[in-house]
Design a protein around this ligand. Sequence first.
Ligand SMILES: Nc1ncnc2c1ncn2[C@@H]1O[C@H](COP(=O)(O)OP(=O)(O)OP(=O)(O)O)[C@@H](O)[C@H]1O
Ligand SMILES: [Mg+2]
Length: 1037
Amino acid sequence: MERGLRASVRQHVGVDDFVLLEDYRSEDAFLDNLRKRFKRGVIYTYIGSVLVSVNPYRTLPIYDRETIEKYRGVNFYEVEPHIYATADTAYRSLRGEGTNQCILISGESGAGKTEASKKILQYLAAVSTHSAEVDRVKDRLLQSNPVLEAFGNAKTTRNDNSSRFGKYMDVQFDFVGAPVGGHILNYLLEKSRVVHQSNGERNFHVFYQLLECGDSQFLGELALSSEPYDYFYLRQGECTRVSSINDQTEFKVVKKALSVLGFRKDAIKALFSVVAFVLHLGNAEFTGDEQKSSLKDKSQAETAAKLIGCPGESLATALTNRTIEARGDKVLTTLSCEQAFYARDALAKAVYSRVFSWLVMQLNSSLENKDQSEALIGLLDIYGFEIFQVNGFEQFCINYCNEKLQQLFIELTLKSEQEEYLSEGIEWEQVDYFNNKVICDLVELRHQGIISVLDEECVRPGDVNDLTFLTKMNKLVGKHPHYLSHETADYEARKFLGREDFQLKHYAGNVTYNIKGFIDKNNDLLFRNLKEAMSVASNPILQATFPKTELQSQKRPPTAATQFKDSLAELMTILMSKQPSYVRCIKPNDDKKGGVFDEPIIAHQVKYLGLMENLRVRRAGFAYRRSYEVFLNRYKSLAQETWPNWHDSPKEGVKTLVSSLGYLPESYRLGKTKIFIRFPRTLFDTEDLLQNRKHGLATIIQAEVRMHSTRQRFLRMKLAVTILACHWRRKAARRLLLKRRGAVAVVRRFIIGFMNRKEPRNRNNEFFLDFVYQSFLHNIKRSLPPMNSILDKTWPAAPPAMREASDRLRDIYFRLRCVAYCRSFTPERKAIMQVKLEASQLFKGKKHSYPQSVRIPFRDSALSSEQKQLMPAIEKMALSPLGEGPPVFSFPCTKYDRHGYKPRDRILVLTDKSLVLVDAKNGKLKQHIPFSSLQGISVSHLADGVIIFHLNTSGKKEKEGDLIVDTDHLIEAVVKIARTADKMNAVTVDPQGRIEHKIDGKKMGAVVFVSGSDFSIVKAKDGSLEVRSARRRSLVL
Ligand SMILES: Nc1ncnc2c1ncn2[C@@H]1O[C@H](COP(=O)(O)OP(=O)(O)OP(=O)(O)O)[C@@H](O)[C@H]1O
Ligand SMILES: [Mg+2]
């Protein structure tokens, strides 16, 4: 309902509760609200806890399973008004508080009372627990409806399925809230319908259903045809078939329901036999006069009698005769023709109404709960206020009933209102209302009320008729403010009141009753003979409903009005003991049309249902009340102090809230558990504030939700990252561990290998050795001597295990280097090297100065640049005259004379044929030595540069001796001279330090070589030439 407080909803759908109407006294506002809602297909509205329901006359999608679930266990103000909310509130109060409940459904014929009661029953069945036994009871409770409707409902001009009796049904619940039984009370069946129907109306459904049953054998057994027009009791309304009713289907439903309810086959047969009996009875016609009558066609009565197992003659006699007791004697008198018809109809009515009561009894025994459960929900589906053109005894009873219900309503509403004020500690405000007790008293008061007058008139001997009753009434209650008759009315009122009319000013309005039939209907006379005939019938139902004991009783049975009054009093007691809920049904138009809102008709019902009065009473105090929790919960966002959470008591919260909202002191009261708001405007303003506030709240909530979901995502991601990192670290740690384990294994193997390195290769040292090999090889790779330097003999030291390999490698490498070196040679260089090689063959290991010479490359000339300038002169002056070719090699030297060893600077030029000695200063030829005269060449083993050329002196001048020169280029000079002169074998390296030479053809000299710390060549005392040299002579390049 709180949803309906929103301004947009209020505007278009109206308010959910009439108490929230601003102008609650205005009928127009009331109707306007009803219309708004009806046009929107909203048929339910509250007046406080009273539910107003407008018959939609069309199927609305609001009774499905989901709707039931929506209303289940929900506070009624949390959802839109609905019959389910009313049912749920009652059911929950029953279970929660243990108080018995009753739901009073009232309204005009066709307003939807029976439908409402079915919906309530359906809801209670759906929400209560399930078990085989409970479902059986629920089934029976639900199945009792089609049976009661078949026998108690009829098509009228106002409703195709009009209930022609009042019904109160108690549903009994066990301690877990499961229905375990039920009890039905029926009121005032409209039995006159059995014998008469107005145009366009039908008799009770069951008659037509039976004829339409489609079972010809069954109909044959009951001597019935399938044509309703064959029966007087069915054809008077001239409307035997109705498009909205399928009698054949309904009959099947009824038969099934009867069997579900435990009716045995013979009981069902007996029941329909009585129904058939009534139909046949209606066809009985009489002839005769005012004195005497007889059956036109006895066979009709006989057929009828046969159906109920009664002798045909007895029935025929009972229908046309009457036993009168006169001074103790019983005399059989004949009935006039009119009386016979009356007797026939009276019998039909009595039989039918008693069978109906029997049926209700049977239903009750079928629904009976043996365990005597105390928890009850009562459903009262009773006719509402009736006002027709002509209102008779029935309307009088019905309106009296409604008057009583209104009184109950006022009493209970005010009582509960007062109780609530009291329990909430709020001072009671006097409610100005119309107490209709005065009208109830007018009808029911003993000795003074209308019913008493009627009863007295019925038993009064003498001439009694309806007019005498009216006269008596005028006399006794004529002055009552709520009574009016032609006799007591003023001139103006008399215009509207006939002489046979009286008017009662009911709480819902004035109703004029016509007194015709009051006495008769109140007497409800059934001649004794007819009762006797029925009591002897073999039909078990009639035996039960017309017991013989009744005939023996001398006591006059209570009149219809008294019976009704008593049963109403009983009903009031029942209802008073329960907590009531009210459903007020309204029909929107007289044409049974969906969507048509006929305002005058509705206004009429609003008035006669006393809805404005209801509203007034309900609004007398406060328009709205809610528990502090609910109110605070809904509106707490409207005050800073209470939003978002209030930590003190809800009452304090509401106090803070209303003071923050600026409620005026007179507009509200704070009870013990509830806040009471006097004016709807106050509430609406608050609600509008809430709706506006919602936008702001929505943003906050949205932001919160977003923040929350983002944070959730973040936390998930964080967790995922942590897990990933964790796994990653674990993996990395594991890798490190494995690496370390590997390293440990390597180190261990390394150490073990190291310890066993000297053993032959085995499992213990192979790793270490491999490592050593490997690192040695790597080391070699890094520290190999350069490839292009073949003289570099450095080689990395090898570990013991690799020594052999190292040596081999070194050899290979060196050889490789040599090969590469050799390959890089040009032919010229090769030739030079050839010379070097030959030098090595000559001097290596023999002469001390040789090693130094190895590094010095051999050249064409060892002359200095100055000396070279002499070469042209030498060629010109020495070589050319001698016929020598170009010089092969030239070098400076010091020539020692053979006699005095006097040194002289010379240049020795080697040609391809000879040696030419020239003066180093001017290039003049000094000596020419052809190779043929060169016998040998001697040098010492020491580091000196002295060369002694042994010359062949034979045949030459005597003075000619060997040539002694000293040069820094000894090695190169000797090699070149020897190879050019082809005298390699003639070269001698003297190992002894003394070389003899020829001074001339006869004398010999000697050159003595000694080693010393410095270099010198001097003539020794013994006349020899002493050459002193260090072991290694430093080279002059
Ligand atoms: N809630 C509803 N939804 C749809 N149709 C409804 C509803 N209530 C009533 N009706 C229609 O109105 C018709 C009359 O309703 P219902 O028999 O309940 O009236 P009533 O008040 O019991 O009348 P009476 O006093 O004559 O028994 C139903 O047969 C049904 O067609
Ligand atoms: Mg009904």
